[in-house]
Write a protein that binds this ligand. Sequence first.
Ligand SMILES: [Zn+2]
Length: 280
Amino acid sequence: MNKLTLMFPGFKTKAFTMSFDDGHDSDIPLAKLLLKYDLKGSFNLCAGELYPEGAEVPVSPHGHRPMTEKEALELLSDPHFEIVSHGYHHEAVGHVPTSEALYDMLMDRRRLEELFDTFVTGHVYPYGSYSKGAIECAKLCGFKYARLAQRDTSFLLPEEDTWYVWKPTAHFLEGDFDELLDRFIKLNNNYYHGKVFYAWGHSFEFIHKWDLIEEKLKKISGREDFWYSTNGELYNYVKAYRSLEYNADTTKVYNPTQIDVYVRHDNGSVCVHAGETVKF
Ligand SMILES: [Zn+2]
């Protein structure tokens, strides 16, 4: 019987994904850095906190402010980026009445989809605050995944029941970030399911640390065995892998999805194209 494991597009063994919360104007230099290093990122926006063009935007004592809708639209419409919901008014949805949580999520999704003319299928719980009710709200609003702030350094992909409590690997400015990244880079992953490193942060935390952030992004970029993806692309890919249909002795696989899927088996590796059946 074949032992089958997940590989990422292009037969890569590791995925790198990242996301940034709150939609402040410090996202502008950050997004430019991501483009400079050809990296992908998910930007978690609060539609009710983005300012309409021409409005007076209050600047924080630390010198950053929420983006205007126009800035966000111009900056983040690039295919390197995914627009993710972070709550219309950034409510701590684990601590507010369910109706309010539902409102904050649904309003955000509707407004962001209207503004960016796209599908918004991911959510990030503000403050990492969540509850059973908040998870239900995320599902009811049509989100496919929702991220926490609490971390998980196992590099394992979320299971089917943990997409709504998706834990990132590390915050960019956590003390052991570089150590974890080195461990991930050195990881020999020739036998097991693809692994993921999920980095997150707020761009306004990087304001006086751009050189440090650029150094980290440079180190992350251009790696042969990394597949760079937004959070949503990673979700869609893993979902497609898990939708593959096998015959009973796993010598034949059918891909019923619209996404090409890369699989490692006992005799080598194979790309099972969308809609295709492959014999091992
Ligand atoms: Zn936030």
